[in-house]
Design a protein around this ligand. Structure first.
Ligand code: HPA
Length: 270
């Protein structure tokens, strides 16, 4: 899988467009979080549509392009928008975007997303570092992969070293960041209150519609990965939670300030 020629083809499009100076960190921006790119300088942006193997998609709040440039002094590649399982039913829809990072020296990867909270202390507008996940949705992006490399260990899938650095960054920047276990639901419908009750019993702190298959793909490629949720709402039926896509997008956009501060401290220190 790691030797997929599509990864090199995709990478060569980026290289042709001037993305050839190395990557210190890669970031996937979730729903409504695109504004972090405003802090980037010397930016080169390429639409997903121009890169072989990249997903095409349509969720509002997602610009769907790759941007490369200097962010807080580091060379950063940002995926502005992702593709979700619920768009096509393919859990490996982010295979090429993440796989091409192997052609750039496998930089650390930070995934961000919008999530619903199951815990009263993880309030909408705050951040949560993902410590572990539950693939409740079920599909695995490595189905059909071959060779022993597909049997990816998932202990410490969320890299402890990156997590420690992100926690430190949150502390030094004064951002409000808790932590918790993220459970993947397929979407695009939100969960029922009964499903959220079940998720709580099974050990979830956060629920969302992305990230889990990306972490599995990233670990398949040996990338060090971390995940940060922006909590946009209380999950269905908890503390009045009645999630909607509009709320998710709007709260994510206003909570970007905290995420920006975390990235500033994290990247400055990297
Ligand atoms: N459930 C699933 N995905 C989400 C939620 C939620 O409550 N909020 C933001 N993304």
């Amino acid at each position: 899988m790691a030797a997929d020629p599509l990864f090199d083809q995709a990478a060569s499009v980026l290289i042709d467009r001037g993305i050839d100076g190395g990557i210190d960190c890669a970031i996937v921006l979730g729903t409504g979080l695109g504004r972090i790119v405003d802090d980037m300088t010397e930016t080169v942006s390429i639409p997903f549509a121009e890169i072989p193997g990249f997903p095409q998609g349509s969720v509002s709040g997602h610009a769907k392009q790759v941007s490369y440039g200097l962010l807080y002094g580091k060379k950063v590649l940002i995926f502005e928008g992702r593709a979700h399982f619920y768009e096509t039913g393919d859990p490996a829809i982010m295979r090429v975007p993440l796989g091409l990072l192997t052609a750039f020296g496998s930089p650390p990867l930070v995934l961000t997303n919008a999530a619903g909270s199951l815990r009263p202390d993880l309030r909408p507008g705050s951040l949560a570092l993902i410590t572990d996940h539950i693939n409740f949705n079920g599909p695995n992006p490595l189905v059909g992969d071959i060779g022993d490399g597909r049997f990816v260990p998932m202990i410490d899938a969320y890299d402890p070293h990156l997590r420690a650095r992100l926690k430190k960054a949150a502390a030094t920047s004064g951002a409000n960041m808790g932590e918790g276990v993220y459970m993947w639901f397929s979407g695009p419908s939100f969960e029922t209150p009964a499903e959220i009750k079940m998720a709580k019993l099974l050990g979830a702190d956060l629920v969302g519609m992305s990230t889990v298959p990306e972490v599995i793909l990233a670990r398949r490629h040996g990338l060090r990965v971390a995940g940060i949720s922006i909590i946009t709402n209380m999950a269905a039926g908890t503390l009045g939670g009645a999630p909607s896509h509009g709320e998710t997008r709007d709260v994510a956009a206003t909570a970007t300030a905290g995420l920006r501060r975390v990235f500033r401290a994290f990247l400055t220190d990297l």
